[in-house]
Design a protein around this ligand. Structure first.
Ligand code: GDD
Ligand code: MN
Length: 392
């Protein structure tokens, strides 16, 4: 993939055209489409919505815009706040998603529901500098650029306020890694602040992963050759109110996404997490097997069965907390899920033995047969688990 990246050096190109009707008044033409759709993903941001709309209103004066808040059914009443503010302002739209969680997925759906030819993505907590929006818009409208990224650190190097040291270091590492692996070349591929042509979104949407925080990275990796990217630096502000939803687990999503893109989109990111959990499960299995043999004087077979249940239980809860955390089961559903998972894994184990046996009958290299069997079981367990254990 080839990306042409330029950096914003000259800051002068402020957009000056305003949407005035022939009579010269500022009234908005009825039924006309917005020029810019701003997508704001929200999860528990009730306290920021009002300030967010006011900030957009101030910085986008003279531009016909709409904002689409995409809320994942926040328990704090975010949606209520959006609805009530939207009652008196038809630029404010709201999408409520139920039974789903995920920043990237929310943004993708918001972008696909947008009314304008150009869409921007901005966080609700006012960490991004909305005053950049008019400049980003004129960049794209000039016809020279397809994607403008608000970059938190660039040559000017000033933009680090809202970051802790640990967060900054891991972010830098992730940036290096993704630029290296995905052959992109942007200074902040993890930015959540960008503007893009709607057309381009429509083209690549089917290839985007709805999990995780790394939508821009995914867009960069999925974009067709020749997409013109430009970066504009800004100061990343501290969050206004509320707290960050980015936790340690998003690192795992990130690794899954990288591997998935490297594998050419054929394997979903989630599978890599599932396989990772499975590998850990093997370690747990061996440990439990050894303990059972040493501590009790159970026969090997009894110890095997015991170890299998320990490993399956371990895998179930880890997958529930990590791999399928957007569909996490709790209470009675978790118990039911666990039982289904045992059943799935048992069939998976039979598939493992069957395939390994088949391969071994053609090729007597024990480890090739072993790997083939394990892979078969992993794919089977993954496919059936996502369809039944953690079905939507
Ligand atoms: N709909 C929806 N669903 N929105 C979500 C979800 C979700 O599951 N998780 C987070 N959001 C919203 C938040 O409400 C906020 O508006 C925005 O997404 C960013 O979430 P934060 O929790 O504020 O993230 P952050 O500030 O820690 O992370 C920032 O840096 C990341 C890279 O380091 C953001 O700019 C991210 O976009 C960026 O990827
Ligand atoms: Mn934030």
């Amino acid at each position: 993939m080839v990306l042409m990246v330029t950096s914003e050096l000259e800051a002068g190109s402020q957009n000056s055209d305003t949407e005035t009707s022939p009579s010269g008044s500022r009234s908005v033409i009825a039924n006309s489409r917005p020029r810019l759709s701003v997508i704001v993903p929200t999860y528990c941001e009730a306290g920021n919505i009002g300030a967010m709309i006011a900030a957009l209103d101030a910085s986008l004066a003279g531009i016909r815009w709409e904002v689409i808040f995409v809320d994942d059914d926040s328990p704090d009443g975010t949606m209520k706040v959006i609805r009530s503010l939207g009652e008196s302002d038809n630029r404010v739209r709201a999408m409520r998603r139920v039974g789903r969680r995920g920043l990237a997925g929310a943004v993708i759906e918001g972008m696909l529901a947008s009314g304008a030819d150009i869409v921007a993505v901005v966080d609700a907590d006012l960490q991004h500098d909305e005053k950049l929006l008019p400049r980003m818009l004129s960049e794209i409208e000039s016809g020279q650029t397809d994607l403008v990224i608000g970059t938190r650190y660039s040559q000017s190097g000033e933009a680090r306020e809202g970051f802790s040291t640990a967060r900054r270091l891991s972010s830098e590492l992730a940036t290096r890694l993704s630029n290296l692996l995905l052959r992109t070349n942007v200074s902040d591929p993890m930015s959540g602040f960008f503007m893009i042509r709607r057309e381009l979104v429509d083209t690549i949407a089917p290839n985007l992963s709805p999990g995780g925080f790394k939508l821009l990275l995914d867009i960069l990796a999925s974009a067709p050759a020749g997409v013109r990217v430009r970066e504009i630096p800004y100061v990343f502000r501290p969050r206004r109110v509320g707290k960050s939803k980015l936790d340690g687990l998003v690192i795992a999503d990130f690794v899954g996404l990288l591997l998935s893109k490297l594998a050419g989109n054929w394997v979903p990111p989630r599978f890599f997490l599932f396989a990772l959990v499975g590998t850990l499960g093997l370690v747990v299995h061996l440990f439990a097997l050894r303990s059972a043999i040493v501590v009790t004087d159970a026969s090997f077979n009894t110890a095997q069965i015991f170890a299998s249940f320990v490993a399956m239980t371990f895998n179930f809860f880890l997958n529930n907390a990590l791999t399928f955390r957007d569909r996490r089961l709790s209470g009675f559903q978790a118990l039911k899920g666990l039982l289904i998972f045992y059943a799935v894994c048992s069939v998976g184990a039979l598939a493992n033995i069957g395939v390994a046996d088949l391969v071994y009958s053609h090729d007597t290299t024990w480890w090739r047969a072993g790997i083939a069997g394990a892979l078969m079981a992993a794919v089977f367990n993954y496919a059936v688990s996502s369809a039944f254990t953690w079905r939507r």
